[in-house]
Design a protein around this ligand. Structure first.
Ligand code: SF4
Ligand code: SF4
Ligand code: SF4
Length: 838
């Protein structure tokens, strides 16, 4: 179809494979060109099945569009339909290759964009088809169900499952994915007031281009779930009954004012959301601090590594440069600690994989095998002992020092305390540390050589951010940046993985107990001034309670009322029964959400909110990019945009000025949060300041090397396995939304416990057996999945499944207290199940 005519010779050329030369002149729509194109289309149509009426690509089929443009109507050649078996063995994609026109887009998308390489041409001539290895169905192949091939397929050969008969989209509306911190741009296909299809928006400067992951592409059917909240509900006589918005808001404001009056501001608390918008989080914390006078406020980001992120931000003095996703491929080398990107933030893994395939050295330090470890130049796999990730990174700094890979000028000008650090790394016994951490010393040397003298991109995933010993790993990473001159300079970059879509935005907006909007510490009196004067109140000085502390206070009866917006702590927090008992001990619980959840069921008032596609707002992604969006559809039933609900509640509390509308709220955010002062009125497609910060070179800030304490490995005779509770790409967060996706449920992913063949043999368990996983804090049941890439002494249990009950294996402790920094790893024992209860 790309035929053109060479003007000089009159020859027809396929433009996709003919190199242009100086002085070349081609004609694109001569009679000859059009005649040949028409014939090619006639041949394609003669091969095509006559199923257009029921084809889910329907009126969006590019084959039909081009045929119409060329004036080709009914098939007029002898029909030779090319029958192929339908592959609909998975809940996401239907492959009907009888409609394939061999354009090769799916193959190129899979290989060149998502770097997965699941499909390629098979056979020749009339038999030729894009196929998986050994013609396996997609569900038995390496396919990740990202759906990128589906969006790009011009015909109905590849289509989204379950979209047939749900209506052909009448219009498209751009949106931002609300599942993780990558913040992909989406194009929502809408029929009536329903989202019936999702595709990448394909905008040029977007994070994702024309790619998506399985969640973004296929899990948005949760929007049409029968569990959506449609009306406000108020508890009366132990039962929740539907009520009007006036009654619900009156109840909320009356009870909060009464409780504050009687017990003081510290008796009320607020739990905002790393999934809600910037504007909603800003107003939410303003209600808490400005109206009710409490700093008892938190958001779900504390479950996703915010403690370590905050420490990292403070220690690097806020000058670390976030890497832009599309700059990753330009790096001289890529270093990843805790490489769960393909599962946690899948679209972020694509540029890393493309870079590795194109020869950029990739160093991965990770205890688990992944797509990235398979593509790495060096994979350092620490053993299951405590602090091993930090030990390996610290040893790498020592080797960079010994290989003269340091950046002495940079160190002298922009760092502090190098002498002390140098003395420590000189003394380090590399062989001993490698043996303790379970990594190969030669591989570590190779990695250090790669880092030496290169400007690189450093990425920290779950193991560095959410494991208890992640803080030590991040400290070691800061030292590695400093010694190799890789912090806050042009050409280098750091990325902290954000599992939640607005983890950074909620933090920036101040829905945290110990910092004000703009990541301002409570004790920073001059920095607080713009906030106090704008709000015209004295913002409380003492840090408030974080969510775990609020639960403890509720248990003791000290916290009396809690307002939860967009979070489901009965599913996301550790020790779910304990949390439930504490919440039931409150005098008053308000839950504002979009779906019926474990937490809405025990609330005194339930306020139905709106999903991201049903409201306007902005999210800040893990690059620091602020992306605004407008509603694609209206919320179902009586549900309202969350900002409107907060405006009503503030008015009920006696502050009518809080429902001023999005633009005025954005203007205030720009005024009081210096990081956001460059945003335009739409808050759209701009970057927060940190992203373009020139770092120490611009500001003369010095960053200190950090002393590293190396814990000795200890054996635990009772809990002999190290469990990682990580993320599988099917579920986002605790799985509240994704478990309401019919497609995700139908995928049959059961959240089994992955264990090595050797350990399974030692325990006498086989694939599919039921086992009990027991920690010091609880026990859960799972079936066994043998993973041949798993190391010895470790098991993996994914979050999000079975009510996210894996969180019951962890203690309920405030991050930073009792050595708890996150909930990713803990020691467990595996017992063969004997009771039918399990
Ligand atoms: S994109 Fe569609 S039409 Fe093109 S080769 Fe792939 S399956 Fe066939
Ligand atoms: S869905 Fe994604 S991984 Fe699967 S074949 Fe298509 S492009 Fe490849
Ligand atoms: S990577 Fe994250 S933001 Fe992008 S489509 Fe997947 S879940 Fe959505």
């Amino acid at each position: 179809m790309c035929l053109v005519e060479d003007e000089k010779s009159g020859r027809l050329l396929a433009s996709c494979v003919t190199p242009a030369y100086d002085g070349m002149s081609v004609l694109t729509d001569t009679k000859g060109v059009l005649r040949h194109r028409r014939n090619i289309i006639r041949l394609m149509i003669s091969e095509h099945p006559e199923s257009c009426v029921v084809c889910s690509k329907g009126n969006r089929c590019q084959l039909r569009r081009v045929a119409a443009e060329l004036g080709v109507g009914e098939p007029d050649l002898y029909p030779m339909p090319n029958h192929s078996a339908l592959d609909q063995s998975n809940p996401f994609i239907i492959r009907d290759l009888s409609k394939c026109i061999l354009c090769g887009r799916c193959i190129r998308a899979c290989k060149e964009l998502v770097a997965q390489g699941t499909i390629d041409y098979s056979m020749r001539g009339f038999e030729s088809r894009p196929a998986t290895h050994h013609y396996h169905p997609l569900k038995d192949s390496t396919c990740t169900f990202c759906g990128t091939c589906v969006s790009l397929c011009p015909t109905g050969a590849l289509s989204q499952k379950n979209s047939m008969f749900s209506g052909t989209p009448e219009r498209e509306h751009d949106a931002i994915c609300g599942f993780c911190g990558v913040g992909c741009s989406l194009s929502m296909g809408i029929f009536g007031n329903r989202v019936v299809a999702v595709n990448p928006a394909g905008a040029r400067e977007s994070v994702n281009g024309v790619t998506l992951c399985v969640r973004g592409h296929f899990a948005h059917d949760y929007l049409n779930s029968s569990r959506r909240l449609l009306h406000p509900r108020i508890r009366k006589d132990d039962e929740q009954v539907s009520g009007s918005w006036d009654d619900a808001v009156l109840e909320v404001s009356k009870r909060f004012l009464e409780i504050r009056e009687k017990h003081g501001p510290s008796s009320v608390g607020f739990f905002g959301s790393s999934k809600c918008t910037n504007e909603e989080n800003y107003v939410f914390q303003k209600i808490a601090r400005g109206i009710l006078g409490t700093n008892n406020i938190d958001n779900g980001g504390f479950l996703c590594g915010r403690k370590n992120m905050t420490d990292f931000y403070r220690k690097t003095r806020g000058i670390f440069r976030n890497i832009r996703h599309f700059d990753i491929e330009k790096a001289e080398m890529i270093f990843i600690a805790g490489a769960d990107y393909g599962e946690t933030v899948p679209v972020m893994s694509y540029p890393i994989k493309r870079a590795a395939r194109n020869g950029v050295p990739l160093i991965v330090v990770d205890s688990q095998a992944s797509d990235l470890t398979r593509l790495s130049t060096v994979w350092l796999r620490p053993g299951p002992g405590s602090g091993n990730l930090g030990k390996v990174i610290h040893a790498m700094s020592a080797l960079v020092h010994r290989h003269n890979g340091m950046a002495p000028e940079y160190i002298g000008t922009f760092t502090e305390n190098f002498d002390r650090f140098e003395r420590a790394v000189r003394r380090l016994d590399i062989e001993r540390i490698c043996s303790a951490a379970g990594v190969d010393a030669d591989a570590l040397r190779e990695a250090a050589e790669i880092i030496s003298g290169r400007r690189g991109v450093f990425l920290a995933g779950g193991e560095a951010l959410e494991a208890n010993d992640g803080g030590a790993a991040l400290n070691a990473m800061i030292n590695l940046f400093l010694i190799s001159g890789n912090l806050g300079r042009p050409g280098v970059g750091i990325s902290l993985s954000a599992r939640e879509n607005n983890l950074f935005g909620a933090w920036d907006m101040g829905t945290v107990p110990d910092q004000l909007p703009g990541r301002i510490d409570m004790s920073d009196i001059p920095a607080r001034e713009p906030l106090s004067s704008t709000w015209d109140v004295d913002v409380p000085v003492e840090a408030g309670l974080g969510m775990v502390e609020m639960i403890e206070a509720a248990e003791k009866g000290d916290l009396k009322a809690l307002y939860i917006m967009g979070e489901n702590p009965l599913r996301s927090m550790p020790q779910q029964e304990m949390v439930k008992a504490a919440l039931e001990n409150l005098d008053f619980l308000v839950v504002q959400d979009i779906l019926e959840t474990e937490t809405t069921k025990i609330a005194d008032v339930v306020l139905p909110g709106a999903a991201p596609v049903e409201k306007a707002g902005s999210f800040t992604n893990m690059e620091g990019r602020v992306q605004a969006f407008t509603p694609a559809v209206t919320p179902p039933g009586d549900a309202k945009a969350d900002l409107d609900i907060l405006g009503l509640v503030a008015k009920g509390l006696g502050y009518p000025g809080y429902d001023e509308g999005l633009e005025k709220i954005r203007a205030e955010i720009r005024r009081v949060i210096p990081l956001y002062d460059g945003l335009d009125g739409q808050g759209n497609r701009l970057w927060i300041k940190g992203i373009n910060h020139t770092g120490p070179e611009g500001d003369g800030i010095k960053v200190s090397f950090i002393p590293i304490a190396l814990p000795e490995a200890t054996e635990d005779p009772v809990y002999s396995f190290m469990m990682t509770a990580g993320v599988k790409r099917f579920h986002a967060g605790s799985g509240t939304r994704t478990s309401n996706s019919e497609r995700i449920r139908a995928s049959g992913e059961g959240g089994g416990m992955e264990i090595s063949e050797a350990d399974a043999g030692m325990l006498g368990i086989r694939e599919g057996d039921r086992v009990r996983i027991v920690s010091e804090h609880g026990a859960i049941a799972r079936h066994v999945v043998i993973n041949t890439e798993m190391g010895k002494g470790v098991v993996f249990v994914p979050k999000g499944f079975s009510g996210n009950d894996v969180m019951n294996l962890f203690p309920l402790s405030h991050p930073g207290k009792e050595g708890i920094h996150g909930w990713l790893t803990c020691r467990v024992n595996i017992e063969r199940s004997v009771s039918s209860e399990w």
